[in-house]
Design a protein around this ligand. Structure first.
Ligand SMILES: O=P(O)(O)OC[C@H]1O[C@H](OP(=O)(O)OP(=O)(O)O)[C@H](O)[C@@H]1O
Ligand SMILES: NC(=O)CC[C@H](N)C(=O)O
Length: 582
């Protein structure tokens, strides 16, 4: 195995050209990376890991077989730095292949991938791999039916995570936990809920951001330490968990999971602070990234939100005085808890038999609430970050109609997340809204072979066109976002096959040009369609007759004075950057 760079520079080059060789020194493939990164002598570091870097890294580590690379005789790479011309010819296909092979979930590392049976094809097979952020958390204190209420609230939050679900309860003396892989309805039944005794509970639905999707990573996690037991459920992503974990392991901690969340329990257990709340605060102060957390001990329920308030967390009360925390207000509504307020960024809310107390102990910053909750993650019947999600999406649809009108016969939505914006668009444009695509709610992600012909069945499984609505029509289709562009191109093809004469795509968010550093497990920027292509190139890529996005400045003006309290970095970062990768 050999991996070397022919030109090394500690200062960041603007681009790198990668040549891959077979054992017989035949040139197999080449790609260009647009990242700026340092190439230390004789070794390529997996720092930003563009597809080129990642290939080089894996080869350098002698792990090419782990990649499942289609040509096992691939043995060497050579990188040239400072190359700036775009890849020509079959670049689109080679990039796709590269992404499918090297697509990885941050923030895992190479050895973890080996341990966890890393599937190198995972990032591309089957349906589009969109934003990974969500997870839903619930906490209930002071209700004899705590586990059942928690179960119902998790149903209301099911859209935030479908990989696993769990509930932990406390009866004041001991704690019981049940977790499982799959949907809430698959994990729990009457008998299991009956075993979860106690008047306080926390629950979780998971969409993995760190650590594989497996039973051991399903939350809530419970741990015993010398002062008792503590359970935690987390929505967010801890960007420094690997460093924290390494430090804890050096000092003897033994981890049960590969999830980022587990570090919180170890930090609590090893903290020298007293009492419990100080240990908890001490632990949270060491975390970087996004965290809306609920903790349960034998006698306390605690909710914590990170100082930027990236992810939502609300609180409310049931008529019998039970306190409820939840990721979204739709969960409060379902279990008839009246919304009181959000847990504030940096706030720690503690509930025990003596009542509720609030500590604003963590240094509070300018809030940076994730705007994507309003665009995609949350349900439209929720109030998130103090605003109605329905109103935001409806208004965005109206703005799209103002900014990018087009002669059309019908407005349709990509269900479900494009629905409300499509209603707003249709109302503003004065064009009928129709259900042109019917969504099957029984299809999850489909894992099928990555040939274009077969992939199209994947989207048809989930979305069926209504020929009667589409045939012979000029159609406006509204979707919430374009990430890699795979869904949009399939949908355009589907609608055209159903007989539409024109397809105009309207996207209820600005172009996504950057990955999320704080919390959302997004694809790397090189995989984002709008990082690689401008609007006209994107239109061509998806095959629509026209394509328009929500202008960022209109989104900000919609948010008004609150705009600086929302994080829109995924739209603004690299927005002016002219991409090299094609
Ligand atoms: O550009 P892409 O990489 O294809 O991703 C964008 C798509 O992903 C999301 O849908 P998703 O498939 O998650 O379905 P959902 O709306 O049902 O959540 C989103 O609503 C877009 O349709
Ligand atoms: N989507 C989330 O909020 C995930 C929580 C946590 N990072 C996990 O992977 O389990």
């Amino acid at each position: 195995m050999a991996a070397h760079c022919c030109s090394c520079s500690p200062s960041a080059p603007t681009a790198a050209k990668l040549f891959c060789y077979s054992a017989s020194s035949q040139l197999l493939n080449h790609q260009i990376s647009s990242s700026s990164y340092a190439l230390p002598c004789g070794r390529i570091r997996p720092l930003e890991r563009s597809s080129c870097e990642r290939l080089a890294f894996c080869l350098a580590e002698g792990r090419s077989s782990k990649l499942g690379f289609s040509n096992p005789s691939l043995t060497a790479v050579r990188c040239e730095v400072g190359v700036s011309e775009p890849v020509l010819g079959d670049s689109q296909e080679s990039l796709r292949e590269g992404l499918s092979i090297f697509g990885q979930k941050s923030p895992r590392n190479a050895s973890q991938e080996e341990d966890e049976g890393f599937n190198p094809m995972g990032g591309w097979m089957g349906e589009a791999d969109s934003w990974r952020e969500e997870c839903g958390v619930v906490g209930i204190f002071g209700d004899e039916e705590a586990s059942k209420l928690c179960y119902l609230a998790l149903h209301a939050l099911q859209h935030r995570g479908q990989e696993g679900a769990g509930i932990v309860t406390s009866d004041g003396g001991s704690m019981k936990a049940i977790t499982g892989v799959g949907l809430v309805s698959e994990v729990f039944n009457q008998e299991k809920l009956g075993k979860l005794a106690g008047s306080s509970a926390i629950g979780h639905v998971r969409y993995a951001t760190a650590g594989e999707s497996a039973l051991r990573n399903v939350q809530p996690f419970v741990a015993g330490y010398r002062f008792g037991s503590v359970a935690v459920a987390h929505n967010g992503n801890l960007v420094n968990y690997k460093e924290l974990r390494a430090r804890l392991e050096e000092n003897g901690s033994i981890f049960n999971t590969s999830s980022d969340t587990e570090v919180v329990l170890h930090l609590i257990a090893t903290s020298k602070a007293r009492p419990f709340i100080s240990r908890l605060v001490h632990a949270c102060e060491q975390l970087e990234g996004a965290y809306s957390l609920v903790f349960l001990t034998e006698d306390k329920l605690v909710a914590v939100r990170d100082p930027y308030g990236f992810r939502p967390l609300v609180m409310g009360w049931r008529k019998n005085g039970a306190l409820v925390f939840a990721s979204e207000t739709c969960a409060l509504d379902l279990i008839e808890a009246e919304f009181e307020r959000e847990v504030n960024p940096g706030e720690v809310v503690v509930m025990d038999k003596d009542g509720i107390s609030s500590l604003c102990v963590m240094h509070r910053r300018q809030r940076k609430a994730c705007i994507f909750e309003h665009i995609y993650f949350a349900l439209p019947n929720s109030v998130v970050f103090g605003r109605s999600v329905y109103e935001s999406r409806y208004r965005i649809g109206q703005i799209l109609a103002e900014e990018s009108p087009v002669d059309c016969d019908v407005v349709i939505a990509v269900p479900d997340s494009g629905m409300v914006a499509a209603l707003g668009y249709a109302a503003k444009a004065g064009v009928p809204f129709q259900q042109g695509l019917i969504r099957s709610h029984y299809v999850g992600r489909t894992f099928i072979e990555p040939s274009q012909k077969i992939r199209d069945f994947g989207v048809k499984l989930k979305l069926a066109p209504v020929h009667h609505v589409l045939k012979g029509k000029r159609v406006v289709v509204v979707d919430d976002s374009i990430v890699r562009g795979t869904t949009s191109s399939k949908i355009v093809r589907l609608i055209k096959q159903a007989g539409a004469t024109e397809v105009h795509m309207r996207i209820a968010s600005p172009p996504i040009t950057g990955s999320c550093y704080y919390g959302v497990d997004t694809p790397r920027k090189e995989e984002l369609l709008s990082y690689r292509l401008n609007v006209e190139e994107s239109r061509e890529f998806i095959g629509a007759d026209s394509l328009a996005f929500l202008p960022l400045e209109r989104l900000r003006s919609m948010l008004g004075e609150e705009a600086p309290t929302f994080c829109d970095a995924c739209f603004s970062v690299f927005a002016m950057h002219r991409p090299i990768v094609r």
